[in-house]
Design a binder for this molecule. Structure first.
Ligand code: ADP
Length: 371
């Protein structure tokens, strides 16, 4: 069949749609769609002529709904209209952070560039937008975390300072008072040390993927259980465990030890004298499963959702009194999940709690394993 000659009309239509005359996507269209940034092209009066899929997704609109309106009119955020007006007025590139009109918690950084046109004609503009929602979310988490850390440090520091000043003001000569104050200073210093240690453990666990090696989980459980027995005995709590031999996983030894210590330590801390703690481990579907059950104070449902958050405690005073930092469970969750496992909890107030975690038997692909 003879090839049809390309007409001017075909060429104009192809250029407009971004398609090459032979039907394939043109370089310009490919660049527009695949550049990774949201791109919006504005006509001479600020009307949206084109936008790519990334821009539409960022603004939570469809590309067809996006073409036609003036920038700043619905469905565009008003801030974009103001930014455009400013760019037209000043005649140079403008940058600003803008929130989506529909989803106020999604943020983007928008740059607006004038496009050079024919002499005498009004300028057209190009808007480039980058999604910073996740970045802002992480920054907020970090800000909250720093605020929480300083709050946690302030209480023991204030107490140490008050005691030291009272001693300085003369209490040092009273043996009974000075002995008591010095005791509190030591206790508060120990608390600060524990917070610093837990923060280091958490930041270490967060900063890199765990180095895994073949781990005989049963041997590790035996060690940790033996070491925890005196603490349970001292608290008047019966401690027992049941697990099979040959419970081998690929995991980081020190981190698994930390998880077991934290869960057992909590079970003992939050169980009144006369209660019991029971550790059970075994093999599930492709994973080792470990659970620590206590007959302690338990928790209400609304607290269960939050106990894995950093510094969250159901009863601040009780946690403080038992030497808690509020970081133990967030460390557990982070370590287990970085091993590809899962943590869960069941609890009934005044009856007790069961914390369980799984560790996959195989190393996920791409993770180096060592013997
Ligand atoms: P903490 O250092 O305060 O123990 P964690 O992160 O280990 O911090 O635990 C967070 C909170 O979860 C504790 O303050 C406590 O209120 C609750 N919790 C943890 N384990 C238990 C448990 N076994 N029984 C009852 N409450 C628990």
């Amino acid at each position: 069949m003879a090839k049809r000659k390309t007409s001017d009309k075909d060429a104009a239509g192809a250029a407009k749609s971004g398609r090459a005359i032979d039907g394939s996507i043109s370089e310009y269209e490919a660049l527009l769609q695949r550049c990774g940034e949201g791109v919006i092209v504005l006509g001479q009066n600020g009307q949206v002529e084109r936008l790519n899929q990334t821009a539409a997704s960022l603004l939570h609109i469809t590309t067809s709904a996006g073409v036609g309106p003036m920038i700043g009119d619905h469905p565009y955020p008003e801030d974009l209209g103001a930014l455009y007006a400013e760019a037209v007025h000043k005649g140079h590139v403008m940058n600003r952070e803008v929130r989506s009109a529909t989803f106020k918690n999604s943020s983007m950084i928008v740059s607006i560039f004038p496009i050079r046109g024919k002499r005498g004609s009004r300028r057209r503009y190009l808007l480039i937008s980058r999604d910073v929602t996740e970045l802002r979310r992480l920054e907020n988490i970090r800000r909250d975390f720093v605020a929480n850390v300083s709050h946690e440090l302030r209480t023991p520091l204030a107490s140490i300072r008050a005691m030291a000043e009272t001693l300085q003001d003369g209490a040092l000569n009273d043996r009974e008072v000075s002995g008591r104050f010095l005791g509190t200073i030591v206790t508060e210093t120990e608390r600060l040390t524990r917070i610093a240690q837990d923060l280091l453990i958490l930041s270490d666990a967060e900063s890199r993927q765990p180095e895994r090696a073949l781990l005989h989980m049963d041997n590790l459980i035996t060690d940790v259980v033996e070491r925890s027995k005196p603490q349970a005995e001292k608290a008047g709590i019966a401690f027992s465990a049941n697990y099979p031999k040959g419970l081998d996983v690929m995991a980081n030894h020190d981190q698994m030890e930390q998880v077991l210590v934290n869960l057992i330590d909590n079970a003992i801390k939050y169980t009144p004298e006369g209660g019991s703690v029971y550790l059970e481990a075994g093999l599930g579907k492709g994973s080792a499963i470990v659970s620590v059950t206590d007959t302690g104070i338990g928790m209400r449902k609304k607290d269960l959702m939050r106990i894995f958050e950093r510094f969250y405690r159901v009863d601040k005073a009780r946690s403080r009194q038992s030497g808690g930092t509020g970081l133990g469970l967030s460390i557990v969750k982070h370590i287990v999940e970085s091993h590809g496992g899962h943590v869960s909890v069941e609890s009934v107030p005044n009856e007790g709690s069961t914390f369980s975690f799984t560790i996959p038997l195989d190393v996920p692909t791409g993770t180096p394993a060592e013997e």
